[in-house]
Design a protein around this ligand. Structure first.
Ligand code: ZN
Length: 74
């Protein structure tokens, strides 16, 4: 199992849904809500060490509610 998934994530600040790590192209990651699609900023990485670090940063943002809504203004 990937070490990324050992990080505890709070529920989505918008809808209370489940946050999930997403990776794009093997160079960046972010956390997205499975229910409403809100997400954190993307974090680029260039090595496995950076990947773990960026995952922790993304989790920190998610857990303090710094999450971008897919429906701004609502
Ligand atoms: Zn949500």
């Amino acid at each position: 199992m990937d070490s990324l998934f050992n990080i505890a994530l709070q529920d989505c600040p918008y809808c209370g849904g489940t946050g999930c790590f997403e990776e794009e192209g093997g160079w960046c990651l972010y956390i997205q809500c499975l229910e409403c699609g809100s997400q954190t900023a993307e974090f680029a990485y260039h090595s496995p060490e950076e990947r773990s670090e960026m995952a922790a940063q993304a989790a920190r943002l998610w857990n303090i509610g710094k999450v971008i809504s897919p429906h701004p203004g609502e």
